[in-house]
Write a protein that binds this ligand. Structure first.
Ligand code: ACO
Length: 441
């Protein structure tokens, strides 16, 4: 029987094994259960025993690892960092505390948090030579491209933070990254604006310091509005991790080769840039602006989306995992109204967003596909109200997602089951054929 004609059946009883039948032969596969009763069939030895692989383009049904960092129940709209609900963290915690929680597994004591903050504050400046990198980038370069490149370049400055199996070296690399990435991001903005870099001001808290580096100039003092700083901190916190998303999986994949941490994180930055991932917050605001400029109240745009004309999507809607409300979107929608009111900002983009959401949530197309607003639907409107230019949205997301990437990288490096990530494929190209000399083609 040809390989394409396998008969394939999988039975999974209450036992700890699943039974797979392929072309009359049976194979037992271990079943893995998580702490929240998620179930996986372990197929890692299937190729050795049965000579077949599994196929799952986009990995929508593939567990690449076991992880104790973040739990998402996409059906019920649940997100927890190390077991702590995102709603509680949003209300009571701060970004740096959540970062510690993600990376260390527990909420910090006051002393641990203070020491952590001291370490981060100590490392906020970048080497003077790092600054010279920026001069080589065109002013109109996307700040995300610049950020990814500069983060990658950190590996050239810190040869003492290279050994991925040396915990002390990695601790310093982690502190350097969390401290310096806001500086690097702010400088990518300053470079795009043709403004001088502003040194970090370490008396300020993390988010406030970042805002200072973004918006202060030597000519004018910038007083950080506490509402703006708190909102920025909340945005960072809400983005801090989201289990095996595209960029976190990228960091794990690059890191699995034991490439240094700066290189793995830089790869994560580049993965995050895509409009189907972190780039969606920029795409949402651009979409809302287009709708506004066209005079449409959103209905025509949604018709275009539903007709799938030119691949138009309702940006900020839909998620691979959430088939319900993204809890971060719910928090950000509330924050969006609050912050706009506190700042006295009104924007027609918010009206259009609310209108689009209302129509979409009642529309069969979106209901049938379980498409709900995701974290990006309202975050862009908030960022715009805070004065952040559109091309910086995704770049700011980098700061937020960094602790998650680091937590995943650390978990991966210490996982005894870790192997270099190396998927298989089903080859569909030409069968063997001779090389044809040029004159005979
Ligand atoms: N607008 C319109 N239709 C959509 C949307 C959308 N935003 N998202 C999914 N669909 C449709 C697809 O066309 C498809 O329809 P079909 O069954 O008729 O073919 C169906 O819903 C399933 O979509 P997939 O593309 O298979 O879903 P997938 O899980 O691969 O994609 C993704 C998830 C990429 C997030 C998608 O929903 C999307 O493109 N959304 C818009 C971009 C966005 O907001 N990204 C941010 C995600 S959150 C983050 O990364 C931080």
């Amino acid at each position: 029987m040809g390989r394409g004609l396998y008969y394939f059946a999988l039975a999974m009883g209450e036992s700890k094994k699943a039974q797979l039948t392929i072309d009359g032969s049976s194979y037992e596969l271990p079943i893995i259960r998580g702490t929240e009763n998620e179930v996986a069939v372990d197929i890692s030895r299937l190729r050795n025993t049965a000579g077949v692989i599994t196929m799952d383009p986009g990995y929508g049904n593939t567990g690449s690892c076991s992880s104790a960092i973040t739990f998402i129940d996409g059906e019920r709209g649940i997100l927890r960092y190390r077991g702590v609900p995102i709603e509680d963290l949003a209300e009571h915690s701060t970004f740096l505390e959540a970062a510690w929680l993600l990376m260390e597994g527990e909420l910090p004591t006051q002393e641990e948090l203070d020491t952590f903050k001291d370490h981060i504050t100590y490392h906020t400046m970048v080497h003077e030579d790092v600054k010279r990198f920026y001069a080589g980038f065109p002013h109109n370069a996307h700040p995300m491209a610049v950020t990814g490149a500069v983060v990658g370049a950190l590996s050239t400055f810190y040869p003492d933070s290279m050994q991925v199996t040396n915990d002390r070296e990695m601790e310093i690399a982690i502190h350097r990254l969390i401290a310096k990435v806001p500086t690097i991001v702010a400088y990518s903005y300053k470079h795009s604006m043709g403004q001088p870099f502003m040194s970090p001001l370490n008396k300020l808290r993390y988010a406030a310091n970042f805002l200072h580096m973004m918006f202060a100039t030597p000519a004018e003092e910038y007083e950080v509005d506490p509402v703006v700083a708190r909102t920025m901190d909340l945005i960072f916190l809400l983005h801090a991790d989201h289990e095996q998303n595209c960029s976190a999986s990228t960091v794990r994949m690059v890191g699995s080769s034991q490439a240094n941490l700066f290189s793995a994180i830089s790869a994560g930055v580049h993965a995050l840039w895509g409009p189907l991932h972190g780039g969606a917050n920029q795409a949402v605001v651009e979409m809302l602006e287009q709708i506004l400029a066209s005079g449409d109240d959103g209905k025509q745009f949604l018709d275009k989306v539903k007709n799938k004309r030119a691949g138009t999507r309702l940006m900020g809607f839909g998620h691979r995992v959430y088939k319900n409300f993204d809890p971060r979107a719910t928090i950000l929608k509330r924050a969006c109204f609050e912050v706009l009111e506190r700042l006295g900002v009104s924007t027609p983009l918010l009206d259009i967003a609310v209108q689009l959401e209302e129509i979409a949530l009642r529309d069969d197309y979106f209901i049938a596909r379980k498409l709900y607003p995701n974290v990006d639907f309202y975050s862009g409107i908030i960022l715009q109200a805070l004065g952040v230019p559109v091309n910086m949205f995704t770049t700011l997301f980098t700061i937020g997602r960094l602790p998650g990437w680091i937590a995943h990288w650390t978990e991966m490096i210490h996982d005894p089951q870790n192997r270099i990530a190396r998927p298989r494929q089903i080859y569909t190209g030409a069968r063997e054929r001779p090389y044809v000399p040029m004159e005979q083609r």
